[in-house]
Ligand binder design. Structure first.
Ligand SMILES: Cc1cc2nc3c(=O)[nH]c(=O)nc-3n(C[C@H](O)[C@H](O)[C@H](O)COP(=O)(O)OP(=O)(O)OC[C@H]3O[C@@H](n4cnc5c(N)ncnc54)[C@H](O)[C@@H]3O)c2cc1C
Length: 552
């Protein structure tokens, strides 16, 4: 395997693919998981940390499906309160604090503002009651408890809000994250606990024993073209929006099925859309929209429309952009944002469980396990926020069915999602300040992003950049190549670093150097390099204006 650099690999890099594929084919596993989004990653960590021999197989890149395309919040879901789904609010509400504790640099507390608007669908009393219930159900304590802000306090925090329209606001605790990074950290933690994990390997068939019970999968390595079989006593289908495709292969797609909806987000420069406080607001059609500031940018979303197109490439369309821009104009009439102001965007698809007679935004986000008569265990629905509990439910089922009484207890509540954990939020803040001072020349946004994405490792990456006179992006790409199983530039640009979404101008500047780094490390010839460049440029085109209309 070409790698001209004399670098220490962590055992989880492109250079270990051959070895991992060999082990997957040679060993018999207790659990084989299909899908490397947050659901599959969570199940792999839970199973491996209980001592089960675990394999995880992902057809594209980790988090390449829905798990890199969410609103990137670890939240209790206030909207579920509106839908009277108290159980979802309570469970996800409690989970927020746990996931924050496991990775306080990556799951960051933020106060969300819920403005009370003249003519809006929610009055002060309703917001107060909703937030009070939210806090009670989620067990929120201390300073994190909701407050009601006066009109003056609201305008002080968000001066952009129109004075004549705002009556005050609710102010409550939520958590911001980076979904793709959360997924890769859970994957890496599963690997540290012994799971065998591979990306770019597609499960093409399910295998059965003489009694018709599932006992493995056959798959194709999409980079090397090889086929292999992986044996497993239990096979878990954690394929998100593709769950029903595998249930169809299992001949068990009966009764409940998925209903897919699409959600789009748009990214703006902080100068064009100056917002320092996250906002959640109701728009005239009765839906709610998030506006989230993140180190130098503001992003807005999401839409929620039924989707039946290509699941691998949900597009951002002109009509999605218009919908979000109109919603922003409703809240900020003086802010003249246009399609051309969109820096980048993303579209994700929700694997919801169909409910008769309900519209896209009314359908519950609850998760559910389907076990087929052939033993295929499918985990459907759910949220990023609830991944740990979803995994616990699946692995509890496996342990019960497998007759492993010694493995009944789930430990993931106490397994930090980084090798060098921070004890608490204050430690993260002190570390971030120290990094900001030491690497002031890179600017606060660059440093803050690095700390959020890599925790204490940010120091090594930034120090490496400084020592070798490289840009932070190049040092970050090297880290991703050595320790995070990136196989293509887009794995790094879109999912490991998020730079394509949050700093597309920087990507344009660094692209040649990043391609050269990949070409050198992975031994590409000229044609391979041109193809990879083409993929990146096509992706950039998809997520930037002008956006396609459905007829084009
Ligand atoms: C617009 C939007 C906003 C959202 N916002 C939030 C939010 O703010 N907070 C929150 O908690 N939740 C949010 N969610 C929900 C959350 O993102 C999803 O519930 C979660 O990411 C689903 O993860 P998953 O692992 O089940 O699916 P995915 O991430 O899609 O993973 C499934 C994986 O299976 C792989 N796969 C499929 N078929 C095969 C095969 N044959 N072989 C191998 N691999 C296969 C796919 O490539 C994919 O990577 C949002 C969702 C959307 C769409």
């Amino acid at each position: 395997m070409p790698d001209q650099h004399n670098t220490q690999h962590s055992g989880f890099s492109f250079f270990q693919r051959e070895q991992i594929l060999k082990e997957l084919a040679a060993e018999a596993f207790d659990v084989v998981i299909i899908g490397g989004g947050i659901t599959g990653a969570g199940i792999a960590l839970d199973a491996a940390s209980r001592g089960l021999k675990t394999a995880l197989i992902e057809k594209g890149d980790f988090a390449g499906g829905t798990s890199s395309r969410s609103t990137k919040l670890i939240h209790g879901g206030l909207r579920y309160l509106k839908q009277l789904q108290f159980h979802v609010v309570a469970e996800t509400g409690r989970e927020r604090a746990i996931v924050h504790h496991l990775a306080p640099h990556l799951v960051v507390p933020e106060k969300m503002m819920l403005p009370v608007l003249k003519g809006g669908s929610m009055g002060k009393g309703m917001i107060w009651m909703g937030l009070t219930m939210y806090d009670l159900l989620a067990g929120v304590k201390g300073d994190d408890r909701r407050r009601m802000l006066s009109k003056a306090e609201t305008l002080q925090k968000v001066p952009l809000l129109p004075e004549e329209k705002v009556k005050g606001s609710g102010y409550y605790a939520e958590y911001m994250t980076d979904d793709a990074r959360l997924t890769i950290e859970v994957v890496k933690t599963a690997v540290r606990h012994g799971a065998r994990v591979i990306n770019y390997t597609e499960v093409t068939d399910l295998l059965y024993d003489g009694k018709g019970m599932i006992n493995g999968v056959s798959c194709t390595d999409r980079l090397g073209g090889r086929t292999l079989t992986v044996q497993g006593r239990f096979v878990v289908n954690a394929a998100g929006p593709w769950v029903d495709d595998l249930r169809r292969k299992d001949n068990s797609l009966k009764g409940k099925h998925l209903f897919i909806t699409k959600g789009v987000h748009l990214v703006f420069n902080k100068e064009t859309f100056p917002l320092d406080n996250p906002i959640y607001f109701d728009i005239p059609d009765g839906r709610m929209l998030f506006l989230i500031p993140r180190h130098g940018i503001t992003y807005a979303g999401t839409t929620d429309t039924p989707y039946t197109g290509d699941k691998d490439h949900p597009p951002v369309l002109e009509e999605d952009v218009d919908y979000i821009l109109n919603a922003i104009r409703y809240l900020f009439p003086t802010l003249s944002l246009d399609e051309k102001d969109v820096l980048s965007s993303w579209a994700g698809i929700r694997p919801l469980i169909y409910e008769e007679g309900k519209s896209a935004s009314e359908i519950s986000r609850k998760d559910e396990i389907f076990i087929s008569e052939h033993g295929l265990i499918s985990m459907a629905g759910g949220k990023l926020t609830g991944y740990r509990k979803m995994a616990e439910k699946v692995v509890n089922t496996i342990v019960r069915k497998g007759g492993w009484p010694g493995k009944r207890k789930c430990h993931t509540k106490n397994i930090p999602l980084t090798e060098a954990p921070f004890a608490r939020q204050e430690t993260v803040m002190a570390f971030r300040e120290e990094m900001q001072k030491r690497f002031a020349h890179y600017g606060d946004h660059e440093v803050d992003e690095m700390v959020m994405k890599y925790g204490r490792k940010a120091e090594d990456i930034l120090a490496g950049a400084e020592k070798e006179g490289k840009t932070p992006a190049i040092a970050e790409a090297e880290y991703a190549l050595d320790h995070e199983m990136v196989c293509e530039p887009l794995d790094f640009l879109e999912r490991r670093s998020g730079r394509l979404l949050f700093d597309i101008a920087g990507v344009r500047k660094d692209l040649e150097d990043i391609l050269s780094l990949f070409a050198g490390r992975l031994g590409w010839d000229g044609e391979k390099r041109r193809n990879e460049e083409q993929k990146v440029r096509e992706r950039m085109q998809e997520i930037t204006p002008p956006f396609a209309s459905p007829r084009t």
